[in-house]
Design a protein around this ligand. Structure first.
Ligand SMILES: [Zn+2]
Ligand SMILES: [Zn+2]
Length: 150
């Protein structure tokens, strides 16, 4: 299974199409917020997306950013990531992946699943159960933090 991420342009295009289907306009604000999220795939919180997008669009409010991110999540264009430390983070990577949180620097990175890996086979599910959603959360040290550790 390829874990390639669609290019930001392609993802933006897909969003445009999805919005158009509902007869909604792709407002400048919507486009700008999504663009800010795609810019850097580091799983920002809504506040971080806001701070990133705001300098180029002074009319933007935090509430708008929340709304846009919620719409994107409803459409399956971004994934909401809940890590133990509270705030919802947003991930624009559509490929199947887990998240690795570095306990040293706090970075949240995408880690692709191995080709052919099926989580259902890693767990002992009771008979008749099926997995509809998976969220893999790994914690550890990134290479840099590991080096600085000793
Ligand atoms: Zn991610
Ligand atoms: Zn680190």
């Amino acid at each position: 299974m390829a874990t390639k991420t669609a290019s930001p342009e392609k993802q933006l295009k897909r969003y445009e199409e999805s919005i158009a289907q509902d007869g909604l306009r792709l407002t400048r604000q919507r486009k700008h917020v999504y663009g800010a999220l795609l810019q850097q795939q580091d799983h920002p919180t809504a506040m971080e997306v806001f701070l990133r997008a705001r300098p180029e669009m002074e009319s933007l409010s935090l509430a708008t950013v929340y709304n846009v991110l919620e719409t994107l999540a409803e459409r399956g264009l971004v994934r909401k990531v809940h890590l133990d430390s509270g705030s919802t983070r947003y991930c624009a990577n559509n490929a199947k992946h887990g998240h690795f949180t570095c306990t040293g620097c706090g970075a949240v990175m995408d880690v692709p699943l191995l080709p052919g890996a099926e989580l259902e086979k890693l767990h002992h599910l009771p008979r008749g159960y099926t997995v509809t959603q998976q969220e893999v959360s790994l914690h550890g040290l990134c290479a840099t933090c590991r080096k600085n550790h000793h």
